[in-house]
Design a protein around this ligand. Structure first.
Ligand SMILES: [Zn+2]
Length: 289
């Protein structure tokens, strides 16, 4: 779907086997910035590069025209298809320096942050051409420039990109959407990153990896809702913890999921760690202030 003059959005659907008897439906958005060449924000998963190829064909372009893949971060659903895309197109690869090791040595991530079916999600190692940093402007091609906004929290090196001109903000996984599964390394850092995004002016369209395009005034509304949801989670953690010095992550996770009516099937050790990042801040009633 075309979103703005230069930007197209593709929702990539896939399934993950979380146990021998259970398949879970997932999706992630990949974005195309289309000019003389084509530039991608994120690369989806290894087994769904076909969806990217099919969309390029639909708009009269091809994989050979992909000049850049700019990664928001290095999690498998964002960089899994990168090796295939890079080997077919020769594109340059951008990612924050802190995410670089997991892109260049994917086994490292498989060990440090295992997720179900990692091997099926991630095609392999890719050399990063250009580590990016906060405040930097990257020229994709004449007339198309991406500003880098460092938004840690979901992961240390998560970045958002602002496409100058079209004023499109690509937020990756930096935002926790209301009633979604909370996944962040550190809630307070995540919260500060959302506040950083609130300072970006004149955003015409916000494109997250997990949500439909948001336009105009809806942009500030979803950012406010994101902060409110982090506060709701914080209140649930506060309600569940009686002794901050003796918290069992799995029990905390179960209690918060029941309280917020989140799907029990999505509770796992990573989500439990997200909730544990609230524990040092339990003295704060309101984390958004
Ligand atoms: Zn992620």
């Amino acid at each position: 779907m075309q979103v703005t003059e230069h930007v197209h959005a593709l929702r990539v659907n896939y399934e993950i086997r979380v146990s021998p008897t259970m398949l879970v439906k997932r999706f992630v958005y990949v974005y195309f910035i289309v000019g003389e060449k084509v530039h991608l924000i994120d690369a989806g998963i290894a087994s769904r590069v076909d969806a990217i190829e099919a969309y390029l064909a639909k708009i009269g372009r091809s994989m050979h025209e992909v000049a850049t893949v700019a990664l928001t971060h290095a999690h498998p659903d964002h960089m899994g298809g990168l090796k295939t895309i890079q080997s077919r197109s020769g594109c340059r690869v951008l990612v924050h320096a802190l995410e670089r090791p997991w892109v260049e040595h994917t086994r490292l991530q498989a060990v440090e942050r295992p997720v179900p079916e990692f091997e099926r999600l991630v095609a392999g190692d890719v050399t990063v051409d250009q580590p990016v940093a906060h405040g930097e402007c990257v020229e994709l091609e004449p007339g198309l420039e991406l500003e880098v906004i460092h938004t840690p929290g979901h992961s240390e090196g998560s970045v958002c990109y602002l496409l100058q001109g079209d004023r499109v903000l690509f937020t990756g996984d930096a935002m926790a959407f209301a009633w979604g599964i909370p996944i962040y390394d550190d809630v307070m850092v995540s919260l500060a990153s959302v506040k950083r995004l609130q300072c970006v002016t004149d955003v015409a369209c916000l494109l997250s990896s997990w949500d439909e395009p948001r336009y105009g005034e809806d942009v500030s509304r979803v950012l406010r809702e994101c902060l409110a949801y982090l506060q709701t989670i914080h209140e649930a953690v506060r309600a569940q913890v009686t002794d901050p010095h003796a918290v069992d992550p799995a029990i905390l996770c179960k209690g918060v999921f029941e309280q917020l009516k989140l799907p029990a099937v999505a509770a796992n050790a990573r989500v439990a760690q997200s909730l544990m990042s609230h524990v040092p801040h339990l003295a704060l009633v309101d984390i958004t202030g």
